[in-house]
Design a protein around this ligand. Structure first.
Ligand code: NCD
Length: 363
C-alpha cells in the first residue's frame, strides 16, 4: 500500500507521471469523471485549511467519488482526548483513502503506521506538506516547461513554513537547480534539510535576508507567510511579521518572466497591487493543486493504470526511549502511547534525530 508522508515517497519518475496525468485531467476531465465511483476519501483536518481541504474534496468529487470527514478537531473525538492512532484506525473502516492535516510535527507518521488505507499527509505541523509541493511543481512546470537549471528564491518564514521544506526536497532532484533562501536570521531554513539535501549533493544555495538584492537572479520567487501559529513567543512574531512585503516597486529589477508563487493564505507579504501582474501565479497554483490531488488519489488507489512500485521503507537503526524529543511541537509530546524514537545521523559525534519530526539532538 502506498502513502504520501513526504515528497520523497515519490520517485522522480512518479512525479513526472503525476504531472502528465494532471495535465491530461485538465484537458480531458470527462475521461476521469467516474474513475473513483463508490470510493470514499476521508478528510481529517485537525487544523484550519481552505485550499488543501476543499481542493481534495473537489478532486474526489470530480473523480466521481465521495467525501466524508471533519474540518476542525473540535468536531471530532480528538476534542474528547482520542489519539491520532485511534482516529485513523476507526476511519480506515469507513474510507478508502485518508487525507490528514494536523498541527503536530510527525502526526502523519502516526497515521501511516495505524491506518489500513492509504494516507496522504496534508500538512503535519511545520514539518512537511507534500501535496502543496505537487501543486507547486505543476505550476512551475506549466510556467517554465520543466525544472532544469532554475534558480528558486524562497522568501519569508523558512523555519516553520512546511511548504518550502517539501519543495526543496522535490526540486533538488532536478539538474542544475539552485536555491536562494531569503529570511530573517531567526526564521532560517532548517539546517537538517540543508545538510541532508543540499550539502550532501553539492547543490548550490545562498542564504540572505535581503530580498531586493536576490530578486534579479530569480526564475521563481516563492513567497510565504510568517507562521504565527507556530511561534512560542508572540512578541517574536510581532517583531518579524512584516519582514517582507512584495510590492510592484520591488519587482523593477526582476526578470520579465519570473514566476511569483505563494502557497496561500497571504497575509500582507504580497501586495494585492501585484495580483494583476502577469508574473503572479498564486491563484493558478491553487487550481493546479486540484489537478495534482486528483492524479495523486488515482495513483494511491491504484486506479491510474500504472504498476505501483512500493515505497521503499527507509531502513534505519532506531534507538528507543533513550532520549526525549525537545521539540514542543512534536507529536510525541501529546500522544501517550508513542515511544521516543531516534535515528542516528553521526554515531561518533553523537548526532541523532527524532523519527517523527527530525529534530536533531547532540549527546
Ligand atoms: C500552507 C500550509 O497550510 O502550510 N497553506 C496551504 O496549504 N496552501 C501555507 C500556510 O499556511 O502559510
Amino acid at each position: 500500500m502506498r502513502n504520501l508522508l513526504d515528497i520523497m515517497d515519490l520517485s522522480t519518475d512518479e512525479l513526472d507521471s503525476l504531472i502528465k496525468t494532471a495535465l491530461d485531467i485538465k484537458d480531458h476531465p470527462e475521461k476521469y469523471a467516474d474513475a473513483c465511483k463508490r470510493k470514499k476519501l476521508a478528510t481529517l483536518f485537525f487544523e484550519p485549511s481552505t485550499r488543501t481541504r476543499l481542493s481534495f474534496e473537489a478532486a474526489m468529487y470530480e473523480l466521481g467519488g465521495n467525501v466524508i470527514g471533519f474540518s476542525e478537531s473540535s468536531s471530532s473525538s480528538a476534542a474528547k482526548g482520542e489519539s491520532v492512532a485511534d482516529t485513523v484506525k476507526v476511519v480506515s473502516n469507513y474510507a478508502d483513502i485518508i487525507a490528514m492535516r494536523h498541527p503536530k510535527d510527525g502526526a502523519a507518521l502516526v497515521a501511516v503506521r495505524n491506518a489500513n488505507v492509504p494516507v496522504i499527509n496534508a500538512g503535519d505541523g511545520g514539518h512537511h506538506h507534500p501535496t502543496q509541493t505537487l501543486a507547486d511543481l505543476l505550476t512551475i512546470y506549466r510556467e517554465k516547461g520543466g525544472f532544469r537549471g532554475l534558480t528558486i528564491g524562497l522568501c519569508g518564514d523558512l523555519k516553520y513554513g512546511r511548504t518550502v521544506h517539501s519543495l526543496v526536497y522535490a526540486m533538488s532532484r532536478y539538474e542544475g537547480v539552485n536555491f536562494v533562501f531569503i529570511s530573517p536570521e531567526e526564521l532560517r531554513f532548517p539546517r537538517y534539510i540543508i545538510d541532508d539535501v543540499l550539502e550532501k549533493n553539492g547543490i548550490p544555495y545562498l542564504e540572505t535576508s535581503d530580498l531586493e538584492e536576490a530578486i534579479p537572479k530569480l526564475d521563481i520567487l516563492y513567497m510565504t507567510r510568517i507562521q504565527r501559529e507556530r511561534f512560542l513567543d508572540l512578541n517574536e512574531y510581532e517583531r518579524l511579521k512584516d519582514s517582507y512585503i512584495l510590492t510592484p516597486e520591488k519587482l523593477i529589477s526582476a526578470k520579465k518572466d519570473m514566476a511569483i508563487l505563494h502557497p496561500l493564505p497571504r497575509v500582507n507579504e504580497i501586495s494585492v497591487a501585484l495580483d494583476k501582474d502577469p508574473r503572479a501565479k498564486y491563484f493558478e497554483q491553487t487550481l493546479n493543486g486540484k489537478y495534482m490531488r486528483m492524479a495523486l488519489i488515482l495513483k494511491l488507489l491504484g486506479l491510474d493504470g500504472k504498476p505501483s512500485d512500493e515505497t521503499e521503507d527507509t531502513v534505519r537503526d532506531v534507538i528507543y526511549d533513550r532520549f526525549r524529543c525537545p521539540n514542543h511541537r512534536c507529536i510525541t509530546t501529546t500522544e501517550q502511547e508513542l515511544r521516543q524514537e531516534f535515528y542516528s545521523v553521526d554515531e561518533e559525534q553523537g548526532v541523532y534525530r527524532c523519527v517523527y519530526c527530525d529534530t536533531e539532538i547532540r549527546k
